[in-house]
Write a protein that binds this ligand. Structure first.
Ligand code: ADP
Ligand code: MG
Length: 351
């Protein structure tokens, strides 16, 4: 009997949410973050850290990686939050409390009640606590008071909370009140995009666990595409996943160069998967509007957005969305005219 060819060993490994066993080419950053947090394991104050760099280059993965090791090897509790989901002080504080297994009522409790609950819980546990606020720009733009609250908690407990912030925007702390900024005493760690060889090594490692066999050249092609489009590893992963599916459909026993080439030819945007975690509902709406219009002025776009949205945000918050979308290189704001347009899909987000 002929065996069914099977190209996939474990396709999950190619999903952007999968946290690999090793992070090639981020050893130094992993060590730097771990070193900063280590004092927490000895009941001393950890070094607060700010990680920044463009999207898709392992910032979140690096912190989750260190957190996983920390939980395993030290008694320190870690809580990871994405500020797209938790973008008010109350939401963040409640989520930290829930992460510690404390009871809080998200609605109906005042911020001070949650803070008091946290202080009590941390004191009782007698253990260190590290909190990561990923995409912290969202919080800083909307409700930076939580930074003050977290510092306030530290005055009451013997094991101060260690904080790790992540953002694509290196200047986000410039928007924080100077007094709070200096109390946070943050150390910055910059993440730089991978070069082609590094991207190839990273994808190669994932491919080893994802596919049963690949033709030589497959990974290089995918890595090249990812580097060309700005260095987001997720582009390479998605490209490989699609090539794998194609190989499977064609009943091949391995992923071949021809499959990747076919995928690279496709002109379909990969927007939803790549952007799922990065773009809010409001921003999706803004992108939808721009998709059907060639270009718009900021105020024209804001007007259309207000009409289309059930609960439009303020003009200021809207401008933050525009800035974020421009940072993700999904839209372009003309320096000359101030007009906004989608970045050509062919160039940016297609595989
Ligand atoms: P960022 O937070 O910088 O936007 P992520 O940490 O989410 O990026 O990384 C995007 C994807 O790339 C994830 O699937 C992640 O596992 C993967 N990735 C990034 N860097 C590495 C690396 N050095 N080794 C393995 N996978 C990586
Ligand atoms: Mg991230």
């Amino acid at each position: 009997m002929l065996e069914e060819p099977n190209v996939f060993k474990n396709g999950e490994v190619l999903s952007p949410e999968y946290l690999p066993e090793i992070l090639p080419h981020r050893e130094n950053q992993v060590k730097a973050v771990a070193d900063n947090l280590l004092p927490a394991a000895r009941n001393r104050k950890p070094q607060n850290t700010f990680i920044f760099g463009p999207p898709g280059i392992g910032k979140t993965a690096c912190v989750k990686f260190v957190f996983r090791e920390f939980e395993e090897y030290s008694g320190v509790k870690t809580v990871y939050l994405n500020c797209w989901r938790f973008n008010t002080a109350t939401a963040v504080l409640s989520e930290i409390a829930l992460g510690l297994g404390l009871f809080v009522q998200r609605h109906g409790w005042s911020k001070d009640e949650i803070v008091a609950r946290l202080v009590e819980g941390i004191k009782k546990s007698g253990k260190g606590l590290i909190v990561c606020l990923d995409e912290v720009d969202q919080l800083i733009f909307k409700d930076q008071s939580v930074l003050y609250d977290l510092l306030r908690i530290n005055q009451y407990v013997s094991n101060p909370i260690g904080l790790v912030f992540i953002s694509n925007n290196p200047h986000v702390f410039a928007k924080v009140e100077p007094r709070i900024r200096s109390s946070l005493a943050i150390e910055e760690i910059e993440f730089k995009p991978y070069n082609l060889q590094e991207m190839k090594d990273i994808l190669e490692e994932r491919v080893k666990h994802a596919f049963t066999a690949v033709e030589s050249g497959v990974v290089l092609l995918a890595a090249n595409r990812a580097v060309q489009l700005g260095g987001d590893v997720r582009i390479g992963l998605e490209c490989l996943l699609k090539a794998g599916r194609l190989a499977e459909r064609e009943n091949e026993s391995m992923v071949m160069v021809k499959h990747v080439k076919e995928v690279l030819k496709e002109a379909k945007p990969v927007k939803p998967k790549i952007l799922k975690e990065n773009v809010s509902e409001h921003e999706k709406l803004i992108l939808d509007i721009l998709e059907s219009e060639k270009s718009l002025t900021t105020s024209g776009l804001y007007q259309m957005y207000c009409k289309a949205s059930k609960k439009p945000v303020s003009d200021r918050a809207f401008r933050d969305f525009i800035r974020h979308l421009a940072e993700l290189r999904l839209i372009k704001v003309s320096k000359k005219s101030g007009n906004i347009r989608m970045v050509s899909k062919k160039k940016t987000i297609d595989l």
